[in-house]
Design a protein around this ligand. Sequence first.
Ligand SMILES: NC(=O)c1ccc[n+]([C@@H]2O[C@H](COP(=O)([O-])OP(=O)(O)OC[C@H]3O[C@@H](n4cnc5c(N)ncnc54)[C@H](OP(=O)(O)O)[C@@H]3O)[C@@H](O)[C@H]2O)c1
Length: 316
Amino acid sequence: MQYRQLGASDLRVSEISLGSWLTYGVGVERDRARACLDRAFELGVNFIDTANVYGRGAAEEFLGEALSGRPRDSYVLATKLFFPMSDTDRGLSRAQVEKQLDASLRRLRTDHVDLYQCHRYDPDAPLDETMEALTRAVESGKVRYLGFSEWSPKNIRDALALPGARFVSSQPQYSLFWRRPEKEVIPLCAANGISQIVWSPLAQGVLTGKYRPGSPPPSDSRAASQEMGGFMERLTRPEVLDAVEKLRPIVAEAACSMAQFALAWVLREPNVASAIVGASRPEQLDDNVGASGLEIDPALFARAEEVAASALRVEA
Ligand SMILES: NC(=O)c1ccc[n+]([C@@H]2O[C@H](COP(=O)([O-])OP(=O)(O)OC[C@H]3O[C@@H](n4cnc5c(N)ncnc54)[C@H](OP(=O)(O)O)[C@@H]3O)[C@@H](O)[C@H]2O)c1
């Protein structure tokens, strides 16, 4: 496993990291979730991403228990706040930053998180109030560094103009099928000591080639799952699955797996510090971690980008 510096922080994170959206504490049963986490560590993953809202606290609770036997300085732990935790608890106000951070620390059974992320921008909370509260969280030692997820270039610029603690990470969706961050977010972040840690780099599994056009999704896959499959409609359209079929011969020339090709493509961007994958089985991590350090001919990436772009044009 290779490691990259996370923005202007002293954190070094594994190029492949493990996330917990939909999976741990929710759709993947406990022993299997535990096996995934253990395998990730064996393979050199040192970076775990979660959020208070994943399973409304259940993912953090799972991780709190599963991580409790490991030295706290042997992994980098990231969580987030913003989305509703109850009818009245949501957003990035001072009161919510304080309340949600303490609740996350309790569930995670730790006295600090390495990265605390604003899961979205909150138009209802004054940005200077949010940044002051986050800065105090850093000064208190409960948080080491700050990040945001899916903020617009204007949101990012506004935050950079304020005094106090600075963001070191941005968490956008990024994959061969979702390249929006390239235009503005990545250059802006690269110029300001902010790395990308990207979500759904495998397009929720679609880029692994497991979904075939015209066939029902495999019964053990996310798309077939009642609990986990609710966000995959866009990604399992025929034109997208046809494009994945066209990627196969390109990936064959690269002599790696489909998943490794898709992750290596994300990691070709130097501003990406880590690709956050989900895993429902330990073997998926063996496959995915193989992307770290993989050298792939840029000409193959260029061909893959053309194929993916054609699917997106059809979709648009
Ligand atoms: N900031 C945000 O708003 C946001 C949003 C979404 C996610 N995230 C973060 O990003 C993380 C990753 O998102 P994601 O789970 O959508 O990522 P992903 O890596 O694109 O998809 C993960 C899913 O694909 C399948 N898979 C993974 N590796 C595979 C392999 N080698 N072969 C076959 N199937 C494989 C598994 O599902 P099955 O086996 O069940 O098919 C797995 O759960 C989340 O856990 C979360 O931490 C953040």
